[in-house]
Design a protein around this ligand. Structure first.
Ligand SMILES: [Zn+2]
Length: 323
């Protein structure tokens, strides 16, 4: 039996239950705090928004939420604890880093002129997993890494190598961000070539295209893939995502696919208003879309209850080291 770090302590893999593998409570592009006209972060408001939005997901049977917010994306550990405690769902907190373009690479990039930052990035990951994050007492349960569009930068390559080493040292799984679904096979190759067990890797945002050849080329590396932006119609239409899912489930990949929505309930910084057209494309982008719309669509296409259970319970559990 595998042990899993949650924000309220260690649990067994068999306690994970129905799991959303890639969501956020709050989200920030760092740098927002330099915006003199941005309202300050309001944790109470974030807490209310998260509880309100996640209550419905709990009613659909949600037991565990993986908060994929890396160290440089506005991660709020105290909030994660508050929400987990209030709703009685497990929250698994991530350690790791966002893309060079949108994260906070500057510090490590500066140090890379004189120091081995692969080692330093790895030390950060291992510290947050084994000793805890700051003085919160919370240990990270998953490693998050990210690469930019159609290219893995030198910084991102070091980040992936650090993640691979930390994975092998601590046993926690790696989940990734790919930009528009690009660089999936390259991420998998890099991690596997560093000795990571591919079964402990989930290549993320693979639902950014409907190219089955591409999906298979990632799956052939032995890793899991995540359709974890379901509902974000502004990136790619759900109809085609569902068609791909049905195809992949139909040819034997049920035990290698994870479903999630990449939602958040509160954004730091100035309000960000979408146009009416974008709003309509994001109408289903909620924490319950998988339960409310995706699973029924799969069932309608003949996907069995058993397979749904594998997607929502079995696969997350195996990714975390369960049998
Ligand atoms: Zn995300």
């Amino acid at each position: 039996m595998a042990k899993v770090n949650t924000v309220l302590g260690e649990i067994s893999d068999n306690e994970l239950g129905v799991t959303l593998m890639h969501e956020h409570l709050v989200f920030a592009y760092l740098g927002w705090e330099c915006d003199a006209l941005a309202p300050p972060y309001d944790r109470e408001a974030a807490f209310t928004a998260c509880v309100e939005a996640l209550k419905e997901a709990k009613n659909y049977g949600l037991k565990t939420l993986v908060d994929a917010t890396a160290t440089d994306m506005g991660r709020d550990i105290e909030l994660q604890k508050m929400v987990s405690d209030k709703l009685g769902i497990n929250i698994i907190c991530a350690t790791g880093f966002y893309t060079e373009k949108f994260g906070k690479a500057g510090y490590f990039k500066f140090r890379s002129q004189s120091y081995d930052i692969t080692a330093e990035l790895c030390e950060t990951l291992v510290k947050e997993i084994t000793q805890g994050i700051g003085d919160t007492g919370v240990k990270a349960g998953v490693i998050k890494v990210a690469t930019g569009h159609a290219r893995i930068s030198s910084y991102e390559e070091k980040m992936l190598k650090a993640a691979a080493r930390a994975q092998k040292e601590t046993g926690v799984p790696i989940i990734t961000h790919t930009e528009a679904g690009t660089m999936g096979p390259e991420q998998a190759d890099l991690l596997v070539s560093e000795g990571v067990d591919p079964k402990r890797v989930a290549i993320g945002h693979m639902c950014g295209n409907s190219d089955l050849n591409y999906h298979l080329s990632v799956l052939e590396k032995g890793v899991n893939i995540a359709f974890d932006r379901l509902g974000i119609g502004v990136i790619f239409p759900d109809r085609l995502r569902i068609a791909c899912l049905i195809a992949l489930l139909g040819i034997g990949y049920t035990d290698r696919i994870l479903l999630s929505q990449d939602c958040f309930a509160y954004r730091m910084g100035r309000p960000y208003e979408f146009s009416d057209e974008v709003k309509s494309l994001l109408a289903n982008w909620t924490y319950v879309h998988v339960f409310k719309n995706i699973i029924p669509a799969l069932k309608e296409a003949g996907v069995s209850e058993d397979k749904i259970n594998t997607l929502m319970v079995g696969n997350p559990r195996r990714l975390f080291g369960g049998e």
